[in-house]
Design a protein around this ligand. Structure first.
Ligand SMILES: Nc1ncnc2c1ncn2[C@@H]1O[C@H](COP(=O)(O)OP(=O)(O)OP(=O)(O)O)[C@@H](O)[C@H]1O
Length: 740
């Protein structure tokens, strides 16, 4: 409302402050008694008594002061301005014939014939023209009655037609100016006082509206930032629950784009909405009401301008909307390729594929850039079109409005205010439509974020009624049983594992071996429920793992994944990852079992040595040992090592396993390995081939019963090492001399 008031105030400053020398009302504050008497000549008896009641008695210098209220001033303004116009006119002298006509035209409408004053008689008395003093004499002499004069006033005003109001006002003000001079009022002071008052009011409104704008901006930024923060929080909360299936579905790059770029789009549009979209319609409607409430006959210009903008924006939206929709997908692709190149920088260099990768990224980058450039070019066309429409409307308003000013139907200040209001209407319309061009992109972003938020993980906690908890009661022992487990990856046509059954017992080691890609990792991933079995079941101490609370289940399992992953922090924070509050003794014990103490102690900061993101500042073997220590530290009942000894030398591998057997003896240990030497002493070895169990038993048993195992064994160890030297049944069956 402040903003909308400003053009009105500016119009007042021009019309009243400058054109009318700051004289606001035709009812003067001070007037000489003589001048007021002249005005009263043209007032009805009632109006005269109202005027008399509102002005003080003449002072010693003959000046009368307005003592009435604001409402008196308002009710007197109409009749007094008409009377003042006539006095002003008569003060200049009016041709006798005109006076006779005015009085005559009126008397024919019903007054007494005797009251008519012949022109000749008047000319004889006053010459060619009559002024106010002459008129007063005529009234005093009874030649003209006051009633005739007031009736004449009405018919004169009526005859002025459309231009009447502004003409009456300007003449009345001119008269009041004269009267002020007569009364000795300093006109400069009146004008300055008015200008200062209006100026101060304008300043106050401008200041208040600036304050509101600042507050609105502050509030909008704060609210939208808070909404974005909450969205990011919810998104990450959701993603942390995701199983690998959901992670694969979205891809890490896309999830990062969704959490950053997409949410940023939403935040940006929210700020716009709160600051502009809500504000623009109010301004637009407010300005429209002011334009329509003070029609000056220029409204068709507004209609044409708005229609032109609507057409321009309609065309633009049609062209850019589809591009905005694909923009986010291109951002995703860009991030995906960039991420792949950055994480794979080593092999890229090693294979000298920089040029190829550069080209691959450039291609994605070009596609995104071209879309940006296209949409931005389209949007940049909008601005000049808007400016042309706005300027053309201004020219049209000034052109046609100027004619109105010339004809006296429009005041200059009003025209200026009108231009301002029309600009506001056009601007509001423009802003709303421009925002609506941005909305599709934010809409796509919101959809993408919503897609993540609406995706619930396929690995869910059991229903409360099915839940089995033993942590606080008898405790878990760690007997793991796979019962006829079949598993297929989501969207895969054939199962990766089929009918797998075995049991791993506490205090014993169960090893899983098989060729590459036979499903070993898939098998152990089912235990901490990274995926759920497709058929069959896995039990822990006889309880289906799907009936155990996920957190409780995972607390019982120390899992060392095949893909090494340390977190940025220190060695201590990584080993204590499961429970930062665990005693140091547990950390030392875990590090000792994992054969990590030697290299940790060699570091100047020991356990406080920093670990870079992903463990990139430690060697592969050190990384693996820390990952093993991390799994052992919370003393789980089941330990799962997925190919976790591959980066260790034979000696460390053997010591580690011996230590594990000695000090973590009560846990069930499941080891996935490629090396026979790592697992040959296990109590039970499961041989997998193409997702099926093809052998189960000890090393010795399998050598005799399982050709697949024998093949792997012979490919890695010599018959002597395998204890088969001289065993005719095996010699020659399979080529000798496995590599180590
Ligand atoms: N996320 C996945 N989605 C679909 N198929 C997968 C997925 N991960 C693995 N596979 C497929 O499942 C099969 C078994 O993979 P798995 O990683 O379990 O083998 P592995 O025996 O552990 O191999 P390696 O010894 O080389 O680690 C492979 O053929 C692989 O292509």
């Amino acid at each position: 409302n402040c903003e909308l008031t400003l053009p009105g105030l500016m119009s007042d400053i021009v019309d009243v402050g400058i054109s009318q020398d700051g004289i606001e009302s035709p009812v003067p504050d001070k007037i000489s008694a003589t001048d007021l008497d002249k005005v009263e000549l043209f007032l009805t008896d009632r109006e005269v008594s109202d005027v008399e009641a509102s002005f003080s008695a003449p002072a010693s210098d003959g000046i009368r002061t307005f003592t009435g209220t604001d409402s008196d001033r308002t009710s007197l303004a109409g009749p007094m301005s008409e009377a003042e116009m006539l006095v002003y006119q008569f003060d200049q002298g009016v041709p006798v014939s005109d006076v006779a006509d005015a009085l005559g035209s009126h008397s024919s409408a019903g007054s007494s014939a005797q009251a008519q004053v012949p022109t000749a008689q008047l000319e004889a008395l006053f010459g060619d023209t009559i002024d106010t003093t002459d008129l007063a004499q005529l009234v005093q002499a009874g030649a003209i009655s006051r009633e005739e004069l007031t009736d004449a006033r009405a018919s004169i005003v009526q005859s002025l037609g459309d231009t009447g109001e502004s003409m009456v006002e300007s003449r009345a003000i001119a008269y009041v100016k004269q009267a002020y001079e007569q009364a000795g009022v300093d006109l400069n002071e009146v004008q300055s006082a008015y200008l200062f008052r209006q100026g101060a009011e304008m300043l106050a409104f401008a200041f208040f509206s600036a304050l509101c704008a600042i507050l609105a901006a502050f509030n909008a930024s704060k609210t939208s930032a808070a909404i974005a923060r909450d969205l990011r929080h919810d998104l990450y909360e959701r993603v942390l629950d995701f199983s690998p299936a959901e992670m694969n579905r979205f891809s890490a790059a896309s999830l990062i784009t969704r959490a950053t770029n997409d949410i940023q789009q939403i935040q940006m549009v929210l700020v716009m909405c709160m600051r502009i979209v809500l504000f623009a319609p109010c301004m637009g409607i407010g300005s429209l009401i002011r334009v329509l409430s003070n029609p000056v006959g220029l409204e068709p210009i507004l209609v044409v301008a708005v229609a032109a903008i609507a057409i321009a924006i309609g065309v633009l939206m049609g062209v850019t909307m589809p591009k905005f929709r694909i923009m986010q997908k291109l951002v995703d692709r860009n991030n995906l390729i960039a991420r792949e190149i950055i994480t794979g920088i080593m092999p890229i260099r090693a294979f000298g594929r920089q040029a190829f990768e550069q080209e691959r990224y450039d291609e994605a980058n070009r596609a995104l850039t071209n879309t940006y450039i296209f949409t931005n070019r389209c949007m940049s066309v909008l601005m000049p079109v808007m400016l042309i429409v706005m300027n053309a409307s201004t020219v049209a308003i000034v052109w046609f409005g100027g004619q109105g000013v010339d004809a006296g139907t429009i005041m200059v200040g009003d025209l200026m205010a009108y231009i301002n209001y029309v600009m506001q209407v056009i601007m509001s319309f423009m802003i709303i439509t421009m925002i609506s061009v941005m909305l599709p992109r934010a809409d796509v972003a919101a959809e993408r974020v919503q897609e993540v938020l609406a995706t619930s993980t396929s690995i869910a906690d059991p229903a409360p009624e099915d839940r089995v908890s033993r942590e606080d009661g008898e405790g878990w022992r760690g007997v793991v049983s796979y019962n006829d487990v079949t598993f297929a990856y989501p969207d895969a046509d054939v199962p990766t594992l089929e009918h797998v059954s075995f049991t791993a017992e506490p205090g014993k080691t169960c090893a899983i071996i098989g060729s590459t890609g036979c499903g070993k990792s898939s098998l152990v991933q089912l235990l901490p429920r990274l995926y759920d079995v497709t058929e069959g079941s896995i039990t822990l101490d006889g309880v289906d793992i799907r009936d155990i609370d996920l957190e409780e289940l995972r607390r019982q399992i120390g899992y060392v994944p095949q893909k090494r992953m340390l977190f940025s922090g220190t060695i201590e924070s990584n080993i204590k990852y499961a429970d930062p509050a665990m005693p140091d003794a547990d950390m030392f014990r875990a590090a000792e079992i994992a054969q990590a103490t030697e290299f940790i102690d060699a570091k100047p900061d020991g356990y406080q040595s920093p670990i870079a993101q992903g463990g990139s500042n430690v060697s592969g073997g050190q990384n693996q040992r820390l990952s093993i220590a991390r799994a052992i530290a919370p003393r789980p009942h089941v330990l799962v090592f997925d190919d976790s000894f591959s980066a260790l030398d034979y000696k460390t591998d053997a010591t580690l396993r011996a230590e594990l057997a000695r000090r973590a003896g009560d846990a069930a240990v499941i080891i996935v390995a490629q090396r026979i030497a790592t697992i040959m002493h296990a109590e039970q070895i499961i041989v997998l081939d193409d997702g099926r169990v093809v052998g189960k038993g000890t090393h010795e048993e399998l050598l005799r019963t399982c050709p697949e195992y024998l093949e792997i064994a012979k490919s890695q160890l010599s018959p002597e090492e395998l204890g088969l030297a001289g065993d005719a049944a095996f010699e020659g069956a399979i080529p000798e001399g496995g590599e180590r």
